[in-house]
Write a protein that binds this ligand. Structure first.
Ligand SMILES: Cc1ncc(COP(=O)(O)O)c(C=O)c1O
Length: 289
């Protein structure tokens, strides 16, 4: 049985070298710890191969640029580093976490131009993100927090600062016996869950929010492609809260969540229907193909 995330065997890639897991530490005056100057990726390897690995590395670089720093490694170097850590882990089905942040250095105020940018990659085993929701359908709370406008924060970055309200939403949801929370955006449209995108089905067609103030997930884009290949009509549009009552099926997509059926959001209920099951099964096959 693995211990806490800081107390495990194995190696973590840190700033270009493999470091024993328990020694992969940072100083308390790390800029990112105080000011959220950090970006990350969540990826999954299946049968020893990271699904859409390059797209994740490219997004990591882009996220850093969006929050105003440059990761000092090329996409090819990040790819090689991820492969090295995965191999060292001995795992074939695994979760891969790459993270880059402004470290400790000469600056300790809000500005941080003189501090080094650092990076680490860790790999571990992570099963179903929502437990048995894959078969039963997840139960979601509705968060009081709204996804912020792109004029307020770089909302397309996978950046630590954007997750503060996600953690709070998820804690409130779990206290009510839910697995997660659905969030509206700053305009009141349906947005996403705290770590996954959302899809709805009505009359055989699929509706999903336009990702104009949240992450256009790699899984989301993959699933839209799968639906289109099947000839299913996909509407990417703004979705009003009052429409929730009229949708028949719902699922979440994300690297960690994969395709997870949703059975309930607040007082609205959904069936774990045929299209949901088919898409979940096809995704499972695709990532292993
Ligand atoms: C807030 C948020 N939205 C959406 C997603 C889905 O993104 P992806 O499918 O690229 O993992 C994630 C997971 O990374 C997320 O954290």
């Amino acid at each position: 049985m693995a211990g806490g995330y800081d107390d495990r065997d194995g190696f973590i890639w840190m700033d270009g070298v493999m470091v024993p897991w328990r020694e992969a530490n940072v100083h308390v005056l790390t800029h990112a710890l105080h000011y959220a100057s950090s970006v990350f990726e969540g990826e999954r390897a299946y049968n020893g191969k990271i699904f859409k690995s390059r797209e994740h590395s490219e997004r990591l670089k882009r996220s850093a640029q969006l929050i105003d720093f440059e990761i000092p490694y090329t996409v090819d170097e990040i790819e090689a580093a991820k492969a090295e850590v995965l191999k060292a882990s001995g795992l074939s089905d695994a979760y891969v976490r790459a993270v880059a942040w402004r470290g400790a250095g000469e600056d300790m105020g809000v500005a941080s131009a003189r501090n080094p940018v650092r990076m680490a990659i860790a790999v571990w085993e992570w099963g179903a993100y929502y437990g048995d929701a894959k078969t039963k359908g997840a139960k979601l709370d509705i968060s009081k927090w709204k996804r912020p406008s792109p004029e307020t924060i770089p909302s397309h970055a996978k950046a630590a600062g954007l997750y503060m309200i996600c953690t709070m939403s998820k804690h409130a949801a779990e206290a009510k016996g839910c697995s997660d929370a659905m969030m509206y955006d700053h305009r009141g449209y349906v947005a996403e869950a705290t770590g996954a995108n959302i899809f709805f089905v009505k009359d055989g067609e699929v509706h999903t929010p336009t990702p104009d103030c949240f992450l256009n997930g790699i899984t989301r884009q993959t699933v839209i492609g799968m639906l289109k290949d099947r000839g299913v009509k996909v509407h990417e549009r703004h979705i009003m809260p009052e429409e929730l009552a009229g949708f028949e099926q719902c699922w979440l997509t994300g690297t960690a969540a994969e395709v997870t059926p949703v059975g309930q959001i607040g007082d609205y209920t959904f069936e774990v229907g045929t299209l949901t099951r088919e898409i979940a099964d096809s995704y499972e096959k695709l990532v292993r193909s």
